[in-house]
Design a protein around this ligand. Sequence first.
Ligand code: GLN
Length: 228
Amino acid sequence: MSLKIVRIHNELLGTYGDQGNAEVLAYRAGLAGIGTQVVDISYRDVIPHDGDIYLLGGAEDAAQILSCAALSSGALHGAVEKGAVVLAICAGFQILGKSYFANGSEQRGLGLLNMTTVPGDKRYVGDIKIHSDLLGIDLTGFENHGGKTILGAGLDNFGSVIVGNGNGDSGVDGAVLGNIFGTYLHGPVLARNPEFADLLLSRAHGAPVKVEDSLADQYAQLRRKVVK
Ligand code: GLN
């Protein structure tokens, strides 16, 4: 079996280096003997429905609006209905909600997650550490956003904030719904937290994928100690 990893609008959602998440997934899948194909989809292209994992990264406001408009045709909705895994970071996470703010005005989101993003009281910049009950570990990253995300009914958060802000002042970060994962953690998050990569691979593979990579694990542990 080979996994198709779809990297969405890298030219718009690549500002914060989150495209590296695709490389980490492909590398770790390879260590587990699972083949991958990373497909870059420009905002001028049609999003394929047959992906196993879809990746969206962080962006500046103007690029975020453009990306969201290109996705409004519903291709991502079709993939989600089929059970595809989605990892969305920061701007990519915000556009999955019902609405978000960009360039000073409210924008309609894709409505895949029951949440809204409004302007925060400040810009949230710096190291972030969260605890994920789902993974049973702390995760570290870097956040840089102006938006504050409010989760609605039926939507779980991704983690509780230990250091930093995450969704804003609610003490939690991100959201999880089925196979959709959203978070404010840049890093790229999967490079800093390889356990999260393995969770996404397991979901896409339909069976547990546990990669032996002691160096990556060692560095992840080190980062957890440093961010405090
Ligand atoms: N433009 C969004 C905000 O400032 C997202 C920023 C980002 O993706 N880092 O909230």
